[in-house]
Design a protein around this ligand. Structure first.
Ligand SMILES: Nc1nc2c(ncn2[C@@H]2O[C@H](COP(=O)(O)OP(=O)(O)O)[C@@H](O)[C@H]2O)c(=O)[nH]1
Ligand SMILES: [Mg+2]
Length: 357
């Protein structure tokens, strides 16, 4: 799963990408290519399970982030820029809230609501170009060939055009089934789930949660498929250099309960519609990523396709119960280890043991 980090110039995109992935700015200047990096998803549940099982291997779930050059009308016309944005599964739009006299803001002043509206509009306009081109083509084709599939596509794209012309993102259309699939096939930018990342200055760090709540109320209503997360980029950069203990102290000195980076990664999971389940034993403790509402048999398939094909049952226990009762024998004794079938909907934090043929 790839998340594209986009935004105006000098808002902190690359700084954030570096903290997330550990990939440092190389000699990219001038090109329109995005850079990719992988983030280990922090997961305290893995640490607790690893302490219990002491396996030689602990494997975190991962997410891929892409650092994009600044977004603008011009960059959205660059074929290489567009192509890499189209294949992203979600967009993280970094929005600047930090003030700085030495770092100019492209639009003259700091105004997050304006920046969010402007970038949303650019994505919408870019999609509108694609919709109009395709409608033109369809108009010609439908005169030559009678095909109900073409008629349906035409209707659907007319709805999409109406939506975009009202300056609404395609993700607000609430489509289902075939229509949803059809539209997805175009890889429209405004159809992708979006996460607005507010980048605060240190002076606002102690108000981070308040600022996030205020903007959430201002921005999210009427924007289904969107999420918002506030972060203080400079503080996170400092944290990356510290030990866990020092980091906790440093956070506390700003009155912050937790790392903004962890919250950002969780928010990415949320917009992508993902969750994780766990497997734990003497050889490995591991987090696996699946779409929310996945069945046990699908979860088995995430581990190995053979497990999906030859699935018999899953033994399921919540990770906390497993830790508290000191392992499988303990939870089995208490009747906390349940047997579930193929259709069981896996919950966040479930530890699974797949029984297969
Ligand atoms: N004060 C402050 N400066 C920042 C913050 N994040 C990034 N910067 C600075 O803003 C400039 C642009 O950052 P960069 O990450 O390259 O932005 P990009 O153009 O969006 O990729 C650099 O000088 C950064 O040091 C922040 O949270 N606070
Ligand atoms: Mg950059």
């Amino acid at each position: 799963m790839k998340t594209a980090i986009v935004g105006l110039p000098m808002v902190g995109k690359t700084s954030l990408f570096t903290i997330l992935t550990g990939v440092h700015e190389s000699t990219r200047m001038g090109t329109m290519e995005a850079r990719a990096g992988v983030t280990k998803v922090p997961d305290p549940r893995l640490d607790a399970l690893a302490a219990l099982f002491e396996p030689p291997k602990v494997t975190h779930a991962t997410l891929e982030y892409l650092d994009f050059p600044s977004i603008s009308k011009e960059s959205l016309r660059e074929p290489s820029y567009l192509a890499s944005l189209r294949v992203a599964d979600a967009i993280a739009h970094v929005v600047r809230l930090f003030e700085s006299d030495s770092i100019p803001h492209e639009k003259g002043d700091v105004d997050p609501v304006r920046d969010i509206d402007d970038v949303d509009t650019e994505l919408i306009l870019s999609d509108l170009v694609v919709v109009e081109k395709r409608l033109e083509r369809l108009e010609k084709d439908r005169k030559k060939i009678k095909d109900p599939a073409l008629d349906r596509e035409f209707e659907l794209l007319e709805q999409a055009r109406a939506c975009l012309e009202e300056n609404r993102a395609l993700r607000t259309m609430a489509l289902e089934g075939e229509d949803e699939k059809r539209l997805r096939g175009f890889q429209f930018l405004s159809l992708k789930p979006i996460l607005y990342v507010l980048n605060l200055g240190e002076e606002d760090a102690s108000r981070l949660h308040e600022v996030e709540r205020d903007h959430r109320e201002k921005i999210l209503p009427g924007r289904p498929g969107a999420e918002l997360s506030a972060i203080c980029g400079n503080i996170e950069a400092e944290l990356a250099e510290l030990s866990a203990e020092e980091a906790a102290e440093y956070l506390a000195s700003y009155g912050l309960p937790d790392s903004g980076l962890h919250r950002l990664i969780n928010a990415t999971y949320q917009v992508l519609g993902l969750m994780s389940f766990l497997t734990a034993g003497e050889t490995e403790v591991r987090a696996w990523t699946i779409p929310v509402n996945s069945t046990a048999v699908k979860a088995a398939g995430a581990i190995h396709t053979d497990f999906e094909k030859k699935f018999i049952r899953a033994e399921v226990v919540n990770w906390r119960a497993l830790v508290e009762h000191g392992g499988y024998a303990g939870v089995r004794e208490k009747g906390l280890l349940r047997l579930e079938g193929k259709e069981y909907i896996v919950k966040d934090g479930d530890v699974l043991v797949i029984r297969h043929g």
